[in-house]
Design a protein around this ligand. Structure first.
Ligand SMILES: Nc1ncnc2c1ncn2[C@@H]1O[C@H](COP(=O)(O)OP(=O)(O)OP(=O)(O)O)[C@@H](O)[C@H]1O
Ligand SMILES: [Mg+2]
Length: 251
């Protein structure tokens, strides 16, 4: 199963969700691979020192001589492996232009990895460019994190249209697994209003679990840990554990 975490809006909790969902599902005894396709490398930095990898997602696209297996690293979290990103990924767009199979690169290259992992989770950059499209062509499920704030749904039409386009041609198997409300602040009316609006728009596609805004979740990347290692008894850990279970049940 391959799950892409996507929303072209920046700062909505894609990376936080990718990291903690990957760790949460790994804790449920599934073999998980987290692929970081964002040149900002935030997912990678949560599990690895920057600059220590000898290749990763960039080489997967740019260097056909490197085997995908050697671009994967074990993390300190049992059952969780990582294919890291680096800033050069930002150059790929220009490099792949004119390549007729540009949107299919990731799918073709990770074909052999599918059998080695129960779940592959892909974190994407805040654009609907070639990297996000590659992830959607390779995946069978999409999860959309939506921040519970003003303009929360701004841009979701474009995102849903992109998913539809990919479903109509290159990848009919692509399924919207669900949308998850993130950065929820239970003390504010706006958070509650946005949550109920999202539930009206997306119906059953909205996950029951809501991810609250919390200092623990915000600080855990700085400690190079998932929320389960950084603050196992926090609300954030409970919420991401509950989301992990919901995801496995739906997928
Ligand atoms: N539930 C939360 N509580 C508190 N802070 C959070 C929470 N989720 C995310 N953040 C913080 O908000 C910021 C944006 O989150 P994150 O990096 O996960 O979003 P993103 O969608 O991946 O952003 P980008 O579009 O830049 O890749 C980060 O500083 C992160 O630590
Ligand atoms: Mg991110």
């Amino acid at each position: 199963m391959i799950i892409v975490i996507a929303n072209q809006k920046g700062g909505v909790g894609k990376t936080t969700t990718a990291i903690n969902l990957a760790a949460g599902i790994a804790a449920l005894k599934k073999r998980v691979l987290l692929i970081d396709l964002d040149p900002q490398s935030n997912s990678s930095m949560s599990f690895m020192e920057p600059g220590t990898a000898n290749g990763g997602a960039y080489e997967l696209f740019a260097d056909p001589d490197r085997s995908p297996e050697e671009l994967i690293y074990e993390t300190n979290t049992p059952n969780l492996s990582l294919m890291p990103a680096r800033i050069s990924l930002a150059k790929l767009e220009a490099k792949l232009i004119g390549d007729f199979d540009a949107p299919f690169k990731l799918r073709d290259r990770i074909e052999d990895l599918r059998g080695k992992f129960d779940v592959i989770i892909i974190d994407t950059p805040p654009t609907l460019g070639i990297l996000t499209v590659n992830a959607m062509v390779a995946a069978n499920h999409v999860i959309i994190p939506i921040q519970s704030s003003y303009f929360a749904l701004e841009g979701t039409d474009d995102l849903l249209e992109t998913i539809e386009k990919i479903r109509s041609r290159p990848n009919p198997d692509l399924n919207l697994l669900g949308v998850v409300v993130t950065l929820f602040d239970r003390r504010t009316t706006i958070s509650h209003d946005v949550e109920s609006h999202i539930r009206t728009v997306f119906g059953k596609k909205a996950f029951k679990t809501v991810i609250s805004r919390s200092v623990r979740l915000e600080e855990s990347p700085a400690h190079k840990k998932s929320i389960f290692d950084h603050a196992p008894r926090s609300t954030g850990a409970a919420e991401y554990q509950s989301l992990s279970k919901e995801v496995l049940k739906r997928a």
